[in-house]
Write a protein that binds this ligand. Structure first.
Ligand code: GDP
Ligand code: IMO
Ligand code: MG
Length: 430
């Protein structure tokens, strides 16, 4: 059963969109299974750059059908805007090309207001969320008070449900956070318009994909965020509120455990993070500025969704090994190798130190990362521009040695090496 899952192995922004675009050439369906418009996935095709937040990156291939699974939280305003942006760029988005799970949950302005109020009240301890209402929307889901897309199909009942929802969140906003209440009628009217536009797209995604897989069709699952932002397995509480890890694709699309074939871990050649939380290999000063870039290039390390500068550091093999086992990775796709060109030496964190002890794995997962000091190996750098490399042999020996060391340390083969943002800037290893 050919379900392939693309998952980030770090704190997001590994280049998942870029990889999905590459692999979607061979897929019949491309499916988002977690998160919401907190994601920002960039795809560069020739002169065109697409920045997608909700719609799977694979829809840029006109043969592929995009699917949004039950595990996603959908802000209908963002979704409709993104549909328009794609259409304007010449990518048709119709109910034949995009299916939304009836069981996906909605994000409303009330969820966004609550996200904002909660972050403000956390002060120094803030998570640094994207303020897209993600946490509150999943909270509604888990507390069984959420609004599902299927409810949009009965507009009268939907209006009642929205009204009750806004009134409920207004109670939190006013009583706990001293924030102003939202106008329920305004949101009822706004969402009635969204319901009219989105109704034709709502479907039973789980059955659709299960039938497609049974007919031998290929499904590519596109994760948002990354392993270390996973609600269960990440750097809690500095995580998102969904399960970006590969098994999340099964739950988030409504597929059984026998479907998955490949789990492709997208790994940036260094490490980045947006928002708060521990980051053992984090760099400061000149080296950080060098890896981050100035923002002059579209691939520089500034958030696709929020524009915030990303924190940067060396690649961390202790955390990558965790990602390998949590996701059951069959292979790695290494991105942004070109960015390391020109560094005299490259550091690779292979273990942690604490209390005179060395740890190659963590006793309690990534729950208490600030207690550890990274232990580094130093590898020689290279000066050659990698952006035109298309074969393993085109890479300088030092770059090959870096990749081979990552394979040894992670126990997983590096099958794809990205040397630039554009679709063709990739090396495939047999
Ligand atoms: P995602 O959230 O995992 O999809 O990643 P983002 O799109 O947020 O961030 C990755 C950024 O790196 C985007 O601007 C991509 O175009 C860019 N990118 C991806 N792969 C490469 C690469 O190999 N080299 C360079 N220079 N940029 C890349
Ligand atoms: P993609 O799919 C990087 C981070 C936020 C914050 C934490 C919780 O582009 O890799 P949330 O709004 O989800 O409640 O914020 O998660 N975060 C991301 N960081 N890439 C993302 O998505 C992210 N989505 C959320 O910065 O630290
Ligand atoms: Mg991103």
């Amino acid at each position: 059963m050919p379900l392939d899952i693309v998952v980030g192995t770090q704190w997001g922004d590994e280049g998942k969109g870029r990889l999905v675009d590459l692999l979607a050439a061979q897929a019949d369906f491309v499916a988002r299974y977690n998160g919401g418009d907190n994601a920002g996935h960039t795809v560069t095709v020739g002169e065109q750059t697409f920045r997608l937040h909700l719609i799977p990156s694979g829809v840029i291939h006109l043969h592929a059908i995009g699917v949004i699974g039950n595990g996603v939280v959908v802000n209908p305003a963002t979704l409709l805007a993104e549909m328009e942006t794609l259409r304007a760029a010449g990518i048709p988005i119709t109910p034949n090309r995009l299916r939304l799970s009836y069981a996906a949950h909605l994000i409303t302005p009330a969820h966004r207001a609550l996200d904002q109020a909660q972050e403000a009240s956390r002060g120094q301890g803030k998570i640094g969320t994207t303020l897209r209402g993600i946490g509150p929307a999943y909270t509604s889901k888990v507390s069984r008070q959420g609004l599902r897309l299927v409810e949009m199909l009965d507009r009268q009942l939907f209006a009642q449900a929205i009204r009750a929802h806004v009134q409920e969140i207004n109670r939190y906003l006013t009583a706990l956070y001293a924030a102003g209440p939202l106008d329920a009628q305004e949101i009822v009217d706004e969402f009635d318009g969204y319901a009219a536009q989105l109704a034709p797209y709502i479907a039973d995604v789980s059955s659709l994909l299960a039938e497609a897989l049974a007919r031998g069709r290929r499904v590519l699952a596109e994760g948002a965020q990354g392993t270390l932002l996973d609600l269960d397995h990440g750097t809690y509480p500095f995580v998102t509120s969904s399960n970006p890890t590969a098994p999340g694709a099964l739950v988030g699309l409504g597929l059984g455990v026998g479907c998955a074939e490949r789990a492709i871990g997208v790994t940036k050649s260094f490490q980045t993070r947006v928002g708060s939380g521990p980051f053992p290999t984090e760099l400061a000063g000149e080296m950080a500025a060098r890896l981050r870039g100035t923002g002059a290039n579209p691939w520089d390390e500034f958030g696709t969704t929020t524009g915030r500068p990303r924190r940067v550091g060396w690649l961390d093999m202790v955390l990558l090994r965790l990602a390998v086992h949590i996701n059951g990775l069959t292979e790695l796709a290494l991105t942004k190798l070109d960015i390391l060109t020109g560094l005299p030496t490259i550091r690779l964190c292979t273990a942690y130190r604490a209390n005179d002890q060395t740890f190659t794995a963590l006793p309690f997962g990534p729950s208490n990362l600030s207690a550890y000091e990274p232990a580094y190996e130093e590898l020689p750098g290279w000066d050659q521009d990698l952006r035109a490399a298309r074969r393993w042999e085109d890479l300088p020996a030092a770059a090959r040695a870096y990749i081979l060391r990552i394979e040894e340390q992670s126990g997983v083969p590096v099958r794809l090496i990205s040397v630039g943002p554009e679709r063709t800037q990739v090396i495939e290893r047999p």
